[in-house]
Each structure stands twice: as C-alpha cells, then as structure tokens.
Design a protein around this ligand. Structure first.
Ligand code: PBG
Length: 323
C-alpha cells in the first residue's frame, strides 16, 4: 500500500522544503564560457545567430574574462579566427595569433581565470576540415604533429588546459608526448572524446568561419546513432592520458553523458553547443518560451545527467541569474 500513506507532494509544499531535497545544484563554477577571438584591438562584433555572443579582439577577451570571473565563472575556452588560412593550418601554431594574444591578455586582466584552448585545425585550414587532406580524405597521422604543435604553442603562451576537438585517432597521446617532452608535464588535457557529427554546430561555424568547403565531418566525428562507440572513445582517450573528457553536443546526448559517467572516474564535461543556444534564444525572442526558465532547466538537466562541467554560451547570464 502506498497511497494515502505516501504523499510525495509533502516534500514539494514550500520553496524551502523543495530547496532541502533538491538533488542537483548549478554553480557558476560549473560553467566554461566559450570566447571567440579575432585579430586586432578594440574589436567587438556581434554573432547574428547567437544573440549575446561576440567575437572580440584579445584585449576585450581580457575584459570579458575578468567580468565572468567576478560572476563566479572561473574558466573560459578560446576559439581563434586567424587572418591567414592555408592547406595545413600553419597559423594554428602562430605565437602571435589571436588565441595566444588572448591568453596573454586574459592572464594580465584576470590571472586566476583558467584558460582552456580548443585544439583543432578547422579554423586555420583554407578547406575548413579539422586535419590535413590526402585528396578528399582527412589524413589522420600527419595531422597529429600539427595539432601537437598548436597545443604546445598555446601552452607556451600560458594556456592552463588544452582541449583537442578534431576527433583524429591518437591525438591525446600525441599531445601528451609533446607536452611532456617539452617539460609541460603539469598541463591537463580535456579531450572532446565523444564528439558527434552534428547539425547543431551551424552557428559556431558562422562565428568561427570554420565550415568545411566540401563534404562534411562524418569520416572523423561520430555518428549520432552510436552510444557504445562513445564509451569506447572515452575509455581509450583516458588510457592515452586525457585528464578530463567531454561529450558534445549536450542536450540531445544526455544518454551519452550518463553512459560515460557510469564507466569513468575523471571529470566529465558536456558542451551545450551553438545550435542549442540559438534555438533557445530564437524562441525566447519570439516570446514562445521563457528564456531564463528554459535555460536554467536545460543546464540543470545536463548536470543531472552526470556532467561535472558545462561549456555554455549561457555562462554569463546564467551566473547572473544564479547570483
Ligand atoms: C572544432 C569545434 C567545433 C565546435 C567546437 N570545436 C565545430 C565543429 O566541429 O564543426 C562547435 C561548438 C558549437 O557548436 O558551439 N574546432
């Protein structure tokens, strides 16, 4: 017999009671804020499909990072949009490129901010793929060396964590070997271990100017239909030396977040990606949903599914709402 002895509504009676029994709590320190950085100084350009998100030059990235830090958002992840692109993404290892400039500016403006850098070639190649090409095919092994050089360059500029997002096989080991050989044994790797080939990256590719000029990313990013494969990817990245792992996107992959959580004991991040953000903003601007309520519900669901950290474009507003 349950009813009438068991009445679950007793614990929902008042806000303080609901607070007492709440199982999942959001904290601004859970959020990692993505920042898009461009060359120059004093530059701030809105991203049309992502209201509230700007592309900035390094100096203003420093301003934004310190504001985020004062709201409790202690980490940022940088994406660079370089002046120069070529077939092998040479500018990905430019110590004077926008990412390295931004690392230095952020460290000067907000020394405690944890600066993560995205390691990938798609923003730096003229064909927009995440690795070098052999004909039409993205060639895995020659790409590893270029990615490792990019990571080393960021670390030499002061990055605290590197986050490879290219989905080449073996890149975590390649980064670890290079960083260790160069004396950076203490720099953690956050691997985009289970990254799906997703339609939800559209607005990001507009912001980062990184859409592939032909074909798609299905020969390296994962098939959205697979979850066993995500577990395999994650476990082998940890074996290769990943200190933290990520599932991406987040909202439509909460089952993957849960599956990964159950088989790992390293910090788990989920990326609430650009398309997820754009949908919420568009619907809220039309008055079709309550943007604040829906955003906090989404972020809570990602954490409830098992994510310890959430990369999200909502970081600043959510931190303000939580504060
Ligand atoms: C690759 C990268 C992408 C995103 C993060 N890192 C784009 C892609 O794989 O095409 C997408 C993030 C988002 O949509 O918010 N450098």
């Amino acid at each position: 017999m349950t009813f009438p002895r068991h009445r679950y509504r007793r614990l929902r009676y008042s806000e303080p009671l609901r607070d007492m029994v709440r199982e999942t709590h959001l904290d601004p320190a859970d959020f990692i804020a993505p920042l898009f950085v461009v060359p120059g100084a004093g530059v701030r350009q809105a991203v049309p499909s992502m209201p509230g998100v700007d592309r900035t030059s390094a100096d203003l990235a420093g301003v934004d990072a310190s504001e985020l830090f004062s709201l409790g958002v202690k980490s940022v992840i940088l994406f660079g949009i370089p002046d120069h692109k070529d077939a092998t993404g040479t500018s990905s290892a430019d110590p004077e490129g926008p990412v390295c400039e931004a690392i230095r500016a952020i460290k000067a403006a907000s020394p405690q901010t944890v600066v993560i850098t995205d390691i990938c070639l798609c923003e730096y190649t003229d064909h927009g793929h995440c690795g070098v090409l052999k004909g039409q095919y993205v060639d895995n092994d020659p790409t590893l060396e270029i990615l490792a050089r990019e990571a080393l360059t960021h670390v030499q500029a002061g990055a605290d964590i590197v986050a490879p997002s290219d989905m080449m096989d073996g890149r975590v080991a390649a980064l670890r070997d290079t960083l260790d050989r160069e004396g950076h044994v203490h720099i953690p790797i956050l691997s985009y271990a289970a990254k799906y080939s997703s339609g939800f990256y559209g607005p990001f590719r507009e912001a980062a100017e990184s859409a592939p000029s032909f074909g798609d990313r299905r020969s390296y990013q994962m098939d959205p239909a697979n979850v066993r494969e995500a577990v395999k990817e994650v476990l082998s990245d940890i074996e290769e030396g990943a200190d933290m792992v990520m599932v991406k996107p987040a909202m439509t992959y909460l089952d993957v977040v849960r599956a990964v959580k159950e088989v790992t004991n390293v910090p788990l991040a989920a990326y609430n990606v650009s398309g997820e953000y754009a949908m919420v903003k568009a619907a809220a601007q039309n008055g079709w949903i309550d943007g604040k309520r829906v955003t906090l519900e989404i972020l809570t669901s990602i954490k409830r599914a098992g994510a310890d950290l959430i990369l999200t474009y909502h970081a600043k507003e959510a931190a303000q709402w939580l504060g």
